[in-house]
Design a protein around this ligand. Structure first.
Ligand code: FCB
Length: 448
C-alpha cells in the first residue's frame, strides 16, 4: 500500500460553463460557448445548453457545504472571463468579480483551498468577434484579464492555472470544429496553439510581477502506444504523441516545438519565432495533468491529421464516452512526464469517469460500482507513480457534480454527486462516499 505524502491535496474539479448556468446574469458578457450552444445547427447533443446547467451560480453556497461534507481539501474551478470583463477587455463588471470573491471566501471559511483556472474554454464572444485566439493580441487580452483576478484574489488564492488543456481548445475548437468556436481549419489550429502558449506566457509574466503564490499550466495527456513493433506504427505513435502530448509541454517546459508538427501540418505550419518560444517558456510552480484514457495507435495515411489511427481495445472496459479504462497508463504517464520534462511538481488536475447513472436517484442513493472501481484503481495508480519517485502533490477528481459535458451534453455523467437536471436535487453517489473515505484515510483505499 503506497503512502501518500502527509500534505497531499485531495480535491475535486469543475469548470464554469459546465456547472454555473445563468450565463448572462448580473451583467456578464456572452461567451463562445453560449453562442455555440445556441447555434441553430444544434452543436450539442440533444440541443443541451449551459443556460441552467447545475444552477451553481445560484446554489454555490450549498455546493460548498456539499464539498465540506465530502471532506474536500481543495476545489478546482474556473472563472468565466465574460462575467469579469463582459467585453473581454477594458471595463470590469464588479458583480461578476464579486461572485468569485464570495465563492473563494466561502471555500476558505470551510477549510477548502481554491485552485483557480483562468481559462476553461469560455472565451468572451466579443473577443471572438475580434478574431479570438487567432488574433495575436489575445495574449495581451488574457494577461490583462488575469491581472484583474490576481489583483483581487491572490491574497486568498494560492494556486492559479492559466489555461486548461490548450490542445483541446485548438483541436476541438479550430481544427475539428466540435467545440466552440466550431472552426474546421488546418491553417488556424497552429496559429491558435501558438497564441494560447503566448497568452499563457504573458499571464505567468504578469503573475511574477506581483503574485505571491503558485501558478501553472494544465495539459491533457493521453499516453500513445504503438499497436505493433513495426517501424510504421512506431512513427505513428511519435506523431500522435507529438500532436496531443508534446505540442504544449515542449514549448512551455523546453522552449521548442516537436519536429513532427511541421511534418504533419505541411504548408499550414509556421515556425515559432525565438521570441514566441521564449515567451511560452516561463518558470512554472507546478504542472497540472488531466488524465482519462490511453490510446493504442497504428499507422494509417487516411487518419487526419496525425496519420495515426486508434486501434479499438474490445477486451477493456469503456466509459459511456467510449474512452478505454486503463489505470496503468496513468502511472506510465506520470512517470513519462518526469522522465521527459524533469522533476516539476505535478498535480493530477482532472481524473474521473462517465458511466451510466439513472437520471433520477432511487431512495436517495446511486450505486455506481464502475466509477468506484475507476477511482480505486486510478488513485492506486497515482500512488504507484509516487512510489516510483514522481512528485505528485494532489489529485482533483473530475467531477464534483454531473454537468454539461460540452458537446456530449448532460447525458455523460462524470460526477460523484448526482444531479437531477429536472429538480437540481443533488445526491451523493456511492463513489462520493468512497472518495470521502479515501480522503479521510489520506489515500488508503477502503475495501469493498
Ligand atoms: C476534459 C475537460 C473537462 C471535462 C473532462 C471530461 O477534457 O477539461 O472540462 O469535460 O474532459
Amino acid at each position: 500500500m503506497t503512502r501518500f505524502p502527509d500534505d497531499f491535496l485531495w480535491g475535486a474539479a469543475t469548470a464554469a460553463y459546465q456547472i454555473e448556468g445563468s450565463p448572462l446574469a448580473d451583467g456578464a458578457g456572452a461567451s463562445i460557448w453560449r453562442r455555440f450552444s445556441h447555434d441553430p445547427r444544434l452543436m450539442i447533443a440533444k440541443g443541451d445548453t449551459g443556460e441552467v446547467a447545475c444552477d451553481h451560480y445560484r446554489r454555490w453556497h450549498d455546493d460548498v457545504a456539499l464539498m465540506k461534507t465530502l471532506g474536500l481539501q481543495a476545489y478546482r474551478f474556473s472563472i468565466a472571463w465574460g462575467r469579469v470583463l463582459p467585453e473581454g477587455t477594458g471595463r470590469i463588471n464588479q458583480a461578476g468579480l464579486d461572485f468569485y470573491e464570495r465563492l473563494v471566501d466561502e471555500l476558505l471559511a470551510n477549510g477548502i483551498q481554491p485552485l483557480v483556472t483562468l481559462y476553461h474554454w469560455d472565451l468572451p464572444a466579443a473577443l471572438d468577434d475580434r478574431g479570438g485566439w487567432l488574433n495575436r493580441d489575445s495574449a495581451d487580452w488574457f494577461a490583462d484579464y488575469a491581472r484583474v483576478l490576481f489583483d483581487r484574489l491572490d491574497g486568498r488564492v494560492t494556486r492559479w492555472v492559466t489555461i486548461n488543456e490548450p490542445w483541446v481548445v485548438a483541436d476541438g475548437g479550430y481544427l475539428n470544429g466540435v467545440l466552440a468556436p466550431g472552426h474546421r481549419n488546418m491553417f488556424e489550429a497552429p496559429i491558435v496553439s501558438r497564441n494560447l502558449m503566448r497568452a499563457h506566457g504573458r499571464a505567468v509574466q504578469a503573475y511574477r510581477a506581483g503574485g505571491a503564490h503558485e501558478i501553472g499550466l494544465v495539459v491533457n495527456i493521453e499516453p500513445k502506444q504503438a499497436a505493433s513493433d513495426s517501424a510504421a506504427d512506431h512513427a505513428a505513435q511519435r506523431r500522435a504523441e507529438a500532436y496531443m502530448n508534446r505540442q504544449y509541454l515542449d514549448p512551455a517546459l523546453c522552449g521548442r516545438t516537436p519536429p513532427e508538427l511541421a511534418e504533419m501540418y505541411g504548408e499550414a505550419w509556421q515556425d515559432w519565432s525565438p521570441d514566441d518560444l521564449a515567451l511560452a517558456r516561463q518558470r512554472l510552480d507546478f504542472l497540472g495533468v488531466n488524465y482519462y484514457t490511453r490510446s493504442v495507435v497504428r499507422a494509417d495515411d487516411a487518419a487526419f491529421l496525425t496519420r495515426a489511427a486508434p486501434v479499438p481495445q474490445p477486451r477493456s472496459t469503456h466509459m459511456t464516452t467510449g474512452w478505454e479504462v486503463s489505470p496503468q497508463a496513468l502511472t506510465d504517464m506520470l512517470v513519462w512526464v518526469r522522465a521527459e520534462y524533469g522533476d516539476i511538481p505535478l498535480y493530477v488536475t482532472e481524473n474521473g469517469a462517465a458511466f451510466y447513472d439513472p437520471p433520477r436517484a432511487m431512495n436517495g442513493a446511486i450505486d455506481d460500482p464502475l466509477r468506484v472501481d475507476y477511482l480505486r484503481t486510478h488513485i492506486a495508480a497515482v500512488g504507484e507513480a509516487i512510489a516510483r519517485g514522481v512528485d505528485v502533490r494532489g489529485y482533483m477528481l473530475w467531477s464534483l457534480l454531473d454537468n454539461l459535458e460540452w458537446t456530449l451534453g448532460y447525458a455523460q455523467r462524470f460526477g460523484i454527486v448526482h444531479v437531477d437536471f429536472e429538480t437540481q436535487a443533488r445526491t451523493l453517489k456511492n463513489s462520493a462516499h468512497f472518495y470521502r473515505d479515501v480522503i479521510a484515510g489520506n489515500g488508503a483505499l477502503p475495501n469493498g
